[in-house]
Design a protein around this ligand. Structure first.
Ligand code: ZN
Length: 193
């Protein structure tokens, strides 16, 4: 089955205690995320890694502390989550060639990765039958990605031991409504076996 992995916002500012918008406990899932990305790299499964890429005075900083300013250390992904053949797809109408690309770093400025103007075209190109979604945080950016992918009518699986939330109750509610909407729950070991 043609699968594409969606690795959501696994960036230093979110994942580590020293990050600008640390998600408590997120550092504990970095190894899981890295394992999924490595598995994808080894099995020719494309990985779409969404990334916040904000300007220094981004409107989002009225509601949240400044984080993931483009080019700053905190905006980067941990080395362990990077694949060697990767390309950046900015949120601007650009031509992209996916030949030999393992990992697509999809930049965005809001919670919803579907606001990147290239994502619809990218999904057409990738032509997946199944999507696996993981990363941070479950009840915000992961939710937008999972719901947007469900709307494509394809199979969408949420990797429940490779996500982290800010609020456990909100996360549980999102997970339940994801299943009610036709989503499927999986784990890292099931997804990589
Ligand atoms: Zn942001």
């Amino acid at each position: 089955m043609n699968t594409v992995f969606f690795d959501i916002d696994t960036q230093i500012d979110f994942l580590y205690p020293a990050g600008a918008l640390y998600v408590p406990g997120a550092e504990k899932v970095v190894e899981q995320i890295a394992a999924l990305n490595r598995f994808a790299g080894a099995h020719e499964i494309p990985v779409v890694s969404t990334m916040d890429a904000h300007t220094e005075d981004d409107p989002e900083f009225r509601a949240w502390p400044p984080h993931c300013v483009a080019g700053m250390r905190g905006q980067h992904k941990p080395e362990a989550t990077l694949l060697s053949r990767r390309m950046i797809v900015p949120n601007a109408d650009v031509a992209f060639n996916l030949d030999s690309t393992q990992q697509i770093l999809l930049e965005k400025q809001t919670f919803d990765c579907f606001t990147n103007v290239n994502l619809a075209r990218l999904l057409e190109r990738l032509d997946a039958k199944r999507y696996l979604v993981y990363g941070v945080v479950t009840e915000i950016c992961v939710k937008f990605a999972a719901w947007g992918l469900l709307k494509t009518g394809k199979r969408v699986e949420l990797v429940t031991d490779a996500v982290r939330s800010l609020n456990d109750a909100a996360s549980a509610e999102i997970t339940a409504s994801f299943v009610a909407a036709g989503g499927v729950l999986t784990t890292v070991s099931a997804a990589t076996s």
